[in-house]
Write a protein that binds this ligand. Structure first.
Ligand code: AHG
Length: 320
């Protein structure tokens, strides 16, 4: 079986990008080790702080953020980083050619219950005409991503990654501390009978979304003529991984709970990298009107509605 190292070197990807991806995988490996230790490593519980988005931070959010940040800002090809847990961008090396954005720990509410969690990352080219401390560096549409991936800390640790046209899955061999290629070309089933949404927000959705989900629930007795099952993990990485493996539709639609925050998931370091992985595995990823990857970002921590997964089901949702 091919290791991540061997796989990357068998591609035509430029070596500096390969080295950066390997560095992110290595850091994910270290975070995975801590996650496995759980209470024994004193990483559970609250950090008694909030991020810029007003969310309570968990200890592991802060630890994982520091680990990824320290690793990246000392790497010569990295120009700047952005993170869910950092108020603004962090400049790194003025001669660097890559920008890295990440959600260090996705699914924070699963940390203390020993549930699935993960890290999400994306790599963009640095814009030559802007200084490395200029936030506009990161306001590039998702189509500009050079690479994207997530590391899922589940019963096994897996790296799902795309460097362009396809999406691969690697599994961590803990005995050798190495990621091994276990699926060279992930393919999301076109059709599905499984959906994933936080139903407790139903009353805040648009009429159109309520109608679409209502028809899924009616199943064989409604207009869809087939039954649907539902799964909700509470961590996007876990829900998306299920969709990657056996198809499905994942939705975090816009809602009117809080007028200042019409959607929950972040465009830069959650929606865009996941959308790249999904599209390169034959799925679709949209907000409520366009492909997520075509959205022109306006702010670093911008939020966006997300509807992704099995292509035919995403189409059904859009035309509902
Ligand atoms: P965070 O990055 O703060 O852990 O947010 C998790 C996200 C995403 O992973 C998940 O799909 C969603 O929030 C869960 O939201 P609910 O609280 O509505 O279940």
């Amino acid at each position: 079986m091919k290791t991540l190292h061997d796989y990357l070197r068998s591609t035509k990807i430029e070596s500096s990008l390969i080295e950066l991806v390997e560095l992110l995988a290595e850091t994910g490996n270290k975070i995975s080790h801590l996650v496995r230790q759980g209470a024994l490593a004193n990483i559970l519980g609250a950090a008694d702080s909030q991020n810029i988005q007003g969310e309570d931070q968990k200890k592991l959010d802060v630890i994982a953020n520091q680990m990824i940040k320290d690793t990246l800002i000392n790497f010569s090809t990295v120009a700047a980083i952005a993170s869910e847990e950092e108020d603004s961008i962090v400049p790194a090396n003025s001669t660097g050619k890559f920008l890295v954005a990440f959600d260090p720990l996705d699914g924070s509410s699963n940390i203390d219950i020993n549930g699935q969690i993960g890290s999400i990352f994306t790599i963009y080219p640095r814009l030559a005409d802007l200084a490395v401390d200029n936030e506009a560096q990161f306001l590039q549409p998702g189509r500009q991503q050079l690479a994207a991936g997530y590391i899922l800390y589940g019963p096994s640790t897996q790296l799902v990654m795309s460097l362009g046209k396809t999406t691969q899955c690697f599994t961590l061999d803990e005995s050798k501390s190495t990621f091994v290629l276990t699926n060279e070309q992930m393919q999301i089933a076109k059709d599905t009978q499984e959906f994933s949404i936080n139903m407790s927000n139903q009353r805040f959705w648009s009429e159109k979304m309520r109608h679409y989900i209502g028809e899924l629930i009616l199943g064989a007795s409604g207009s869809r003529g087939k039954n649907f099952n539902m799964r909700w993990n509470g961590a996007m990485v876990g829900d998306v991984h299920r969709v990657m493996m056996r198809g499905g539709i994942f939705l975090y639609p816009s809602d009117n709970r809080n007028p200042k925050q019409p959607a929950k998931l972040r465009l830069l370091y959650e929606a865009n990298p996941i959308a790249m992985l999904v599209e390169n595995a034959g799925g679709k990823a949209l907000n409520e009107s366009q492909s997520i990857l075509t959205i022109q970002p306006k702010a670093l921590h911008e939020r966006v509605a997300v509807i992704l997964g099995s292509a035919n089901e995403v189409d059904s949702c859009m035309s509902a």
